[in-house]
Design a protein around this ligand. Structure first.
Ligand code: S3P
Length: 442
């Protein structure tokens, strides 16, 4: 285990790009793998999570070539063409990889076993098994809903309409990907819109996907099964969830000015930027453009005086991975920040609600949880820091507390940096390039 320490700094400055979007990278490999012909992917995230998905797709017959770090080519097997893997699919830390692949496998007449690291093996998989069983897939899981598990795909899949019991893009995407090799129309109904990268990417490859807002709380997404998908070019934008770390570092440290280029700004991913602006953040969005159907722009951020706000539960899906770093920003803001409706944080790579509360308290912050709400009382200029935080196999917890160290009075340590590489392998190098001081602990 390598620990890291981040010491307080002033004057973070410079221009960086962040790695490719993790959600889009997984989907590009999977949907490219279901197409006929060649798919070229540029800007793929070279994080462990995505590499696991690539290996799993290869194990099921897809040819994937890494021409260079920036260019990958996928030769798909066509919808319905996956072959049975001859070994267990080990998805490591990757919840998205595991859950979306379960959907894909679920409507192929093959059997695949799935496992992952200790974090992934503790996460609920019943939420995927449930809709898949309605389609006709059999999932046999440890303790009913944990990995390792075995998926036996339906030979004659049934199209379903599935009303999401939890707001989750992973569950939505698993059902839509299962719908790809199901005759007829498969629909998912969401009450709170979640990231729509699967829908956009399926369309980009030629599938028929309709999205209808029937009522305020009823968005129906329908995929028409068994299309012929065609290989395409995909340019993966920078991940807004990774950009969140330098963004908040720039806001909460003194005398900072940072440009983060090529950040994906899908409207269903920008809850953090909206919230930080409400708190008083100076964030300029420059050079707005479109890339593979997704809006992208360059962000310019400067040190800002922040004020506490209330973040409503409806906003959670659009910033679900950003609460740990928002909580760090809230700890430096004037007044109280109330973040509502965070139940889903308990089932991420770690129990993030507990990790945030324990970590902030160790750094001297006043923090409370009431039901599913998180309440952080900020103390501008008075953030103590000076603690060693357990990263709990969770990349976003690790990076959030390293950012906290930059703006606290005393350094902040994390016990294990190992998982940062799942989503942001160059995090330390890039942050240190801006003037941060993150070093290995002995
Ligand atoms: C993701 C969806 C979210 C998010 C995860 C990536 C995706 O999970 O937390 O990091 O790519 O679909 P949930 O669907 O569980 O909310």
């Amino acid at each position: 285990m390598t620990g890291l320490v981040s010491v307080p700094v002033n004057g973070l400055r410079g221009k960086i790009g962040v790695p490719g979007d993790k959600s889009i990278s997984h989907r590009a490999l999977m949907i490219g793998g279901m197409a006929v012909g060649e798919t070229t992917i540029r800007g793929l995230l070279l994080g462990d999570d995505v590499l696991r998905t690539a290996t799993a797709m290869e194990a099921m017959g897809v040819t994937i070539l890494r021409d260079s770090d920036d260019q990958w080519r996928v030769f798909g097997v066509g919808v319905g063409g996956l072959r049975e893997p001859d070994n267990v699919l080990d998805l490591g830390n990757a919840g998205t990889g595991a859950r979306l692949l379960m959907g894909l496998v679920g409507t192929h007449p093959i059997t695949a076993q799935f496992t992952g690291d200790a974090s992934l093996r503790s996460r609920p998989m019943g939420r995927i098994a449930e809709p898949l069983s309605q389609i006709g897939t059999q999932v046999i899981a440890r303790n009913g809903d944990k990995m390792p598990l075995t998926v036996t795909g339906a030979k004659m899949p049934m199209p379903i309409e599935y009303v999401l019991p939890v707001p989750s893009a992973q569950v939505k995407s698993a059902v839509l990907l299962a719908g790809l090799n199901t005759p007829g129309k498969t629909s998912v109904v969401e009450s709170r819109p979640s990231r729509d990268h699967t829908e956009l990417m399926l369309r980009h490859f030629g599938a028929n996907v309709s999205v209808v807002d029937e009522e305020e709380d009823r968005r129906v997404i329908t995929v028409t099964g068994q299309p012929e998908l065609e290989g395409r070019e995909v340019n993966v934008p920078g991940d807004p969830s990774s950009a969140a770390f330098p963004l908040v570092a720039g806001l909460i440290s003194q005398d900072a000015e940072i440009t983060i280029s090529n950040v994906g700004l899908n409207p269903l991913r920008i809850g953090l930027i909206e919230t930080l602006r409400e708190m008083g953040a100076t964030i300029d969005v420059n050079n707005e453009r479109e890339q593979a159907g997704e809006p992208v722009a360059d962000l310019l951020v400067r040190s800002s005086k922040l004020n506490g706000v209330t973040v409503p539960p409806e906003r959670a899906p659009s910033m679900i991975d950003e609460y740990p770093i928002l909580a760090v920003a809230a700890a430096t803001a004037e007044g109280v920040t109330l973040m509502q409706g965070l139940a889903e944080l308990r089932v991420k790579e770690s129990d993030r609600l507990a990790a945030i509360v324990d970590g902030l308290r160790a750094c001297g912050v006043i923090v409370d949880v009431e039901g599913d709400d998180l309440i952080v009382t900020g103390s501008p200029g008075q953030l103590a820091g000076g603690a060693r935080i357990e990263s709990r196999m969770d990349h976003r917890i690790a990076m959030s507390f390293l950012v906290m160290g930059m703006a606290a009075k005393n350094a902040v340590e994390i016990d294990d940096a190992g998982h940062i590489g799942t989503s942001f392998p160059a995090f330390v190098e890039l942050m240190n390039g801006l003037g941060a001081k993150i070093e290995e602990t002995t």
